[in-house]
Design a protein around this ligand. Structure first.
Ligand SMILES: Cc1ncc(COP(=O)(O)O)c(C=O)c1O
Length: 390
């Protein structure tokens, strides 16, 4: 029903992933493979294209107004797919979630306040915390039986009293953990015990391997809503990152008012194209996402098997997301040597592990949301680039 195998040439289309890999990684687009930034090489559900085509046919693209349909679509998706009833009034729309995260820091923290990240984690969190003059507090995840876990005891012991916020990435990017109900509950208890605000970035919540289940934070710990900000978006799920439309969901009225004041001060209003595309996706994208997750699981299985066959290289099993997290520590090579082999020999642009913070240094992150033929080609190239280890 959905063709995820089609190779769509994105080069020369102002596409960050394919058009920026030469300047950023030195990988030429002519024969390089773009496996870094987290968007997919697939078309979105047909309903998204239809909504945008209708807008183009209409031909006038003024300011967006009247967001009841949009908020109903967000709430409908959360109820239908995640079992959480969201009050439409608790949803704020931002120009993407990186922007939403920055507004949260401005609304809920002051310069110098500590913001806790479980590292390695999404690099933009680090950048935004630092750029806003907040103190970055890195709490390294520990690897147990090949999966990341939070070490809340170690974190408790390291607290200085300046920390105001904990940021959870759920599912986790990178490493692909889908946190269990018990893990989420423990984190909620930790936040209550230390009076910390919890920002739960659940942008990857729909991208869970078949058989797994993402638990929305408030379902694991209902009382956490008094200190919770949840970030969700249709953009990862439906591959419409260029729509830059995110949901900042704040159940508590007092927190919501503080966020609204900062958002008002920043002067934003919804992006018309983004909201139209996203409303259509939430309304009609269910079957597409289900098929997508099955396809991504096949990609992950093929990639992991191929990469794990290289001595000293190991790809973490993904429970969610399409971002393979590959540890090269066992090769004994420096990060620079690994990058040189990946970028210059294999001609693959992949994200450097150190940019994700403490614990990421020996890793590289490969985006698997691309047709299977490209995954197979990436495996062939990596096996050849590290062929001397065989
Ligand atoms: C955890 C996480 N949050 C946010 C984003 C990006 O959000 P946006 O494109 O809405 O700014 C990403 C993209 O990879 C992500 O992984």
């Amino acid at each position: 029903m959905f063709d995820f195998d089609e190779i769509i040439d994105r080069r020369g289309t102002h596409c960050s992933k394919w058009d920026m890999m030469q300047p950023l990684y030195g990988v030429a687009p002519e024969d390089g493979l773009a496996m870094w930034v987290a968007d997919m090489d697939f078309r979105p559900p047909a309903a998204v294209s239809a909504a945008l085509e209708a807008e183009v046919r209409h031909g006038v693209h003024g300011y967006f107004g009247g967001d009841a349909d949009w908020k109903a679509a967000v709430a409908g998706w959360m109820a239908r797919r995640h079992g959480w009833e969201v009050e439409p009034a608790s949803i704020a729309t931002t120009h993407g979630l990186v922007a939403g995260f920055a507004l949260c820091l401005q609304a809920f923290t002051a310069p110098g306040d500590g913001v806790i990240l479980f590292t390695p984690v999404y690099h933009a969190f680090h950048r935004i915390v630092r750029a806003n003059g907040r103190e970055l507090v890195q709490s390294p995840l520990v690897e147990r039986d090949g999966r990341y876990e939070m070490d809340l005891d170690a974190l408790a012991g390291a607290l200085t009293g300046r920390e105001k916020v904990v940021v959870l990435c759920s599912p986790h990017n990178p490493g692909g953990r889908v946190w269990s109900r018990e893990e989420l509950r423990a984190l909620a208890d930790f936040c209550a015990a230390h009076d910390l605000l919890l920002i739960s970035d659940e942008i990857h919540h729909d991208l869970v391997m078949p058989g797994g289940r993402h638990v929305a934070m408030p379902l694991a710990a209902p009382e956490v809503v008094e200190r919770l900000v949840m970030l969700t978006a249709p953009t990862k799920t439906f591959n419409i990152a260029g729509a830059l439309t995110g949901n900042v969901i704040i159940p508590d009225e007092g927190l919501r008012a503080r966020f609204a004041a900062v958002q008002m001060a920043s002067g934003g209003s919804p992006n018309r194209f983004g909201v139209l595309a996203a409303t259509a996706a939430y309304a009609e994208g269910d079957a597409w996402v289900d098929a997508l997750c099955g396809y991504l699981a096949g990609n992950a299985a093929a990639f992991d098997a191929g990469v794990d066959a290289i001595p000293g290289v190991r790809s973490m099993r993904l429970e969610g997301t399409y971002l393979a997290w590959v540890d090269f520590a066992g090769t004994g090579m420096t990060a620079e040597e690994v990058q040189a082999r990946v970028e210059r020999t294999a001609r693959i642009a992949a994200s450097h592990g150190a940019t994700f913070g403490l614990g990421g240094e020996s890793f590289m992150r490969f985006n698997l949301a691309t047709p299977r033929a490209r995954i197979d080609e990436a495996v062939r190239r990596l096996q050849a680039a590290f062929g001397d280890l065989q």
